[in-house]
Write a protein that binds this ligand. Structure first.
Ligand code: SMO
Length: 784
């Protein structure tokens, strides 16, 4: 592995299913989350949030609240506006006028939008005081859902725009080219398909502890964020500080799933309060806030068509994706909708393909990143259309898929929407998943029906390179830094821009560096999540990037460091570098047999002894890694479901996955990622939905009693098999796997339901497939 590119799966530490290094600590309850830090000296914040979905704030009177014992500070729209600048957005859609997020809200546009903040001695006192703030909001008519928002005469969130459309973009072939094919095609399937809004529901909600020291004019922020550098930049901009006045630290994070990949208004307000008070101020979101005021995921509707020739060849696919942006574009804004449009083709060949993406304002909390980011929505559209085409043509859906999948010999393959799949054998994954599903049951008689479906998928991983983001006009960088320091006692400290949020990345990165340096795992400590010490990272841990990008950077840095240490050892041993081997932790000169320990070499290195004049002294190697292109992972999932015709209940009885994420650093962690992602996908398939009253736009799912998450009884044993197609774009051959498992489950479950009950197949257009929704479809066909 000395050149940093050739992987050695199965040898050394890369490829070993090691338990995660932090597991014992977590299992003993010794996790240290934001809320575990410093209960003694911190003041506590509570947000004053809008209780109406749309309206003008005409009064904010905190005088009664501030008379409460223990109340320290209350800030309303006027003070907030005076002390702050808006937060900049980073990924906009053509036509988007709003390129800033207002911190002060003279007009509120969703229930839960922050209007002000109150700080008191305790959480309870802060919540009581917040309730005593007198707020008047003059209500305006509200609108829920993209179809209502686009209807004639809909209430407008931004009347100056003349409509609720925030922006629009086209991917792939011009609409007229696709139309021409549609018009002449022997067969066209057409559906209106929807994916619900969901909450990311991490076990640990968002949390922040902010400390302002007047003496040094430094803001220190402990946050459960996925993106500490982006948080620092957002806070600096909003609070009119230099970035180097802010240090963002990320302790243990209990899940994020995309929901913590943004800088939120409420988090800025906590920091503002700390600054004005010169104190520590803490805020941890409660579950009701998490379900209403944290950004949500998904929320798309699409009008979609698939054209086939008489033999079942895919001629064209076209989708009009309407994305529910909510009250305003967040920093990533319409990103998931744009990715849905650009991912419309998935793993298949089409003569023509295109998608128009319209981002729409509604009176609900904004949507943003959520594990699977547009790709799950695209898979839902594509694979539902394929299944329906097979049914209408009277052919087997697997036949259509096999006929149209991009083959291994066509790689690299560029889609009509200009994504280039680097490598992989998609038909092999489908074949293997179908084999694994051979024992799955099909039953079309009786009151409990059973059906089977198999779905292939392809996934953007290791989101980069920087040039691509620049081209897309996204103000984000794709590169990642990796830094390895061999300390003066020979221990090794690794710094990376990735964040540990429960996925085990610190273990994975330690394995990579240990293998590259030829050291035991215990010698390596991984430091993440500190803007003062870790490499600059815009995107950090999202978009299935961490192993590919932080890992890729550390592969390169490790190779360099290994050669530097060998070179130093050679000089001390009076021999040539090529003559030196590292065995255990001892460098040995081949010719003389003389030895120097790793520790001795490291210690002398930091003394600066024995170096040539031009040599660097510090035993530190930093690599900025910006890959040449996106590396694509792929998969195929198989499900058996049972549908109870008496209750409408869908039960997933068997589930198997075949995944290819390139070289796996830690197969045990990889399996955990896939199983967790499938569970999350099954939640979307069957039960999860952030619901709103269609008239008042009041959120209806404000607790985990109303917002149903999948439990152990809802998730069968998930079979996980991996194939390994090493990435040629990433050192080590790694690809990402954090999100991939969430992409196929909803459509695989729906297609299995369609297989079990073909009578309702045409109407399976929306998730979640709750008993109520399925029972309604059954009733419409007289099957209830
Ligand atoms: S939805 Mo993710 O944090 O890329």
């Amino acid at each position: 592995t000395g050149d940093g590119t050739a992987p050695t799966p199965g040898e050394g530490l890369i490829g070993r299913p090691l338990p995660r290094v932090h597991d014992p600590r977590m299992l003993r309850g010794q996790g240290r989350y934001v809320d575990d830090i410093d209960d003694a000296s911190a003041l506590h914040a509570a947000l004053v949030r809008s209780t109406v979905a749309h309206g003008r704030v005409t009064r904010f009177d905190a005088s009664a609240a501030l008379r409460d014992a223990g109340a320290h500070l209350a800030l309303g729209p006027e003070e907030i506006a005076r002390h702050t600048e808006p937060l900049p957005t980073v990924w906009n859609i053509p036509g988007q006028r709003l390129k800033h997020i207002e911190l002060a809200a003279p007009t509120v546009r969703y229930v839960g939008q922050p209007i002000g903040i109150v700080v008191a001695d305790s959480r309870a006192a802060a919540e009581d005081a917040a309730e005593r703030v007198e707020v008047t909001v003059e209500p305006l008519p509200a609108v829920v859902g993209v179809d209502a928002a686009l209807a004639d005469g809909a209430p407008l969130l931004y009347p100056e725009d003349g409509s609720n459309i925030a922006g629009e973009v086209r991917f792939g072939d011009p609409a007229s080219d696709v139309e021409e094919i549609m018009a002449g095609a022997p067969h066209v399937v057409e559906r209106e398909l929807g994916v619900q809004r969901v909450s990311f529901c991490s076990m640990e909600p968002r949390g922040i502890l902010a400390e302002w020291l007047d003496a040094t004019e430094q803001l220190t922020v402990w946050s459960s964020t996925q993106v500490p550098h982006a948080l620092r930049y957002g806070l600096a901009t909003a609070l009119r500080l230099r970035v180097d006045q802010i240090r963002a630290l990320v302790p243990d994070v209990g899940g994020a799933f995309g929901g913590k990949a943004a800088v939120y208004v409420d988090e800025v307000l906590v920091c503002l309060a700390a600054r004005l008070l010169g104190r520590r101020v803490k805020w941890t979101e409660d579950r009701a806030e998490a379900l209403t005021a944290s950004y949500q995921g998904r929320g798309q509707r699409a009008h979609a068509r698939l054209a086939l020739d008489a033999d079942g060849r895919f001629l064209a696919v076209e989708a009009h994706v309407k994305g529910d942006l909510g009250a305003f574009p967040t920093q990533g804004g319409s990103g998931p909708f744009q990715v849905a449009g650009q991912s419309i083709e998935g793993p298949y060949r089409f003569d023509r393909a295109g998608a128009t993406v319209t981002a729409v304002h509604t009176n609900a909390v904004p949507t943003g990143a959520y594990r699977g980011y547009g790709m799950q929505e695209a898979a839902w559209i594509r694979e539902r259309l394929i299944e329906e085409a097979a049914r209408e043509l009277g052919v087997e859906a697997g036949h259509l898929r096999r006929l149209n999948l991009v083959r291994a010999d066509e790689m690299p393959y560029t889609t009509r929407t200009l994504m280039t799949y680097d490598n992989g054998d998609y038909p092999a994954a489908l074949r293997r998943a179908a084999e694994l599903a051979e024992g799955f049951r099909r039953e079309r008689t009786g009151r409990v029906r059973r059906g089977v479906a198999v779905t292939p998928c392809v996934e953007i991983t290791g989101f980069a390179p920087t040039a691509l983001l620049e081209l897309a006009g996204a103000e984000m960088s794709g590169w990642e830094g990796g830094r390895i320091r061999v300390n003066e006692d020979g221990t090794v400290t690794v710094f990376a821009g990735a964040i540990s949020m429960g996925q085990g990345i610190e273990t994975t990165l330690a394995q990579i560096v240990a293998e590259q340096l030829g050291l035991p795992l215990q010698q390596i400590a991984v430091r993440l999540g500190d803007t003062d010490t870790t490499p600059h990272s815009e995107l950090s841990s999202q978009a299935s990037r961490s192993v590919a990008l932080s890992g890729g950077a550390l592969m390169l840095a490790g190779a360099r460091m290994r050669e530097r240490m060998r070179g130093l050892a050679a000089r001390y041993l009076g021999t040539a570098t090529e003559d030196v081997r590292l065995e255990g932790q001892v460098f040995r000169a081949g010719k003389t047999g003389e030895t120097a320990t790793w520790r001795e070499v490291a210690h002398r290195g930091w003394l600066g002894w024995g170096r040539a004049e031009h040599d660097r002294i510090q035993l530190e190697e930093t690599v900025d890694f910006d890959p040449p292109a996106i590396t694509f992972a792929y998969s195929a999932h198989a499900a058996e479901v049972a549908v109870d015709l008496d209750t409408g209940t869908v039960t997933v009885e068997k589930y198997h996955t075949v995944n290819d994420s390139g070289v796996l650093v830690n197969p045990l962690i990889a399996k955990g990622q896939v199983v967790g992602a499938v569970a999350q996908g099954l939640g979307l398939a069957l039960m999860e939905e952030s619901a709103y009253d269609p008239v008042t736009a009041q959120p209806l799912t404000t607790s985990l009693w109303d917002y149903e998450l999948p439990g152990p009884g809802d998730v069968p044993d998930v079979g996980v098999e991996h194939t390994v197609t090493p990435s040629t774009l990433i050192p080590g051959g790694f690809k990402g796997l954090g999100e991939g498992g969430t992409l196929p489950p909803p459509v695989t479950v729906a297609n299995a339901v369609a297989d079990a009950v073909p009578e309702i197949a045409h109407a399976l257009t929306e998730t979640p497939l709750t008993p109520a929704r399925v029972w309604e479809l059954l009733a419409a066909e007289g099957l209830d």
